[in-house]
Ligand binder design. Sequence first.
Ligand code: FE2
Length: 412
Amino acid sequence: MPDLILRGCRLHQQTQPVDIAITDGRIAAVAPGIAETAAREIDCRQQLVTPPFVESHIHLDSVLAAGQPRFNESGTLFEGIQIWGERKQSLTRDDVKARALEALKMMAAQGVLYVRTHVDVTEPRLIALDALLELREEVRDWTTVQIVAFPQDGIYSRPENEGLLEEALRRGADAVGGIPHYELTRDDGVRSLHRIFDLADRYDRLIDVHCDEVDDDQSRFLEVIVAEAIKRGNGERVSASHTTAFGSYNDSYAYKLMGFLRRTNINFIANPLINITLQGRQDTYPKRRGLTRVKELWQNGTNVSLGQDCIYDPWYILGNANMLTVAFMTVHVSQMTGLKEIDAAFDMVTTNGARSLHIPDYGIREGNPANLVVLDVPDAFNAIRFQVTPRLVISRGRVFAETEAARTRMET
Ligand code: FE2
């Protein structure tokens, strides 16, 4: 007998409702009208049931630390880096773990059960890294955390940073990161990317680079990543995050790059909430949108997923942990308001994210872990339109979070 059956589930882009049976934390069956009964049954009322949302890009070490020691008044990336440089002097393991755990719980309540976090490894004690490595294990029975070793200040800006990055991989980071546009010279930026690919090979890790997160149309590190991925044949293990300069490239160059992208399958991770606010700060008018070419990449067949990047931190003081808000912003900034385009934005916070993160057992299929999100809307369009909080979040077969819908009574 199954432990739990969800009745009347509408799956994304499928018309016939199904039941989902769960046994020992795994999906045992997905079929219309399952005849068996279970100890607990939940009526999903023909509403949308989806695999969990995937947060492809966040910084758990800096979440919920806005205003410490001061708020970012210019709203720029670089003032954010300065403020974080001051705040990270006073990091403790407990401080990082407490804030990160609170953010993970906020995310789980919103149906986010797969999280890729960057962690700054240019802080010489590696306190935040150790804190998040510990936390990754402590939360393993209800959420999945993947850690990117991120050299926030650059690999070559200080002599010790290169060694710290490698040490982070030795300690167990899942992926190697970088920030080539913030290295001191173009040459250092290119050299940093070669180093990142070499380290990923040596330690068998994924790659996720903060790449070209500037408005400078001459910031062209993406082409270096694409070239390395083509030459090494490892594109599916590589993600290029932000790539906002791609939004400023001239079309001739951009479409040459699009062609190269069809020769590899690297992942793009866009962060529209933060980049619509951070970018274009030096522009007067017209003011650029500061987002990579999400719509055109999607049309090009390139995998694009999405991240919040920040929740109440030195770069961005908003953030509600809901990936549907991120999809909502994407639809606006990328002008993806066609129905198929809105569905594509939903994929970007679910299946595409799972592809970027290399999650092997993602999705509503027999045998996969029973990680499911029950929404109170019939489809992805309405999920994004109303940015709903899930009614139920099921993690490893158990109901982990339950939210009651707000009700409005109206005199008419
Ligand atoms: Fe980031």
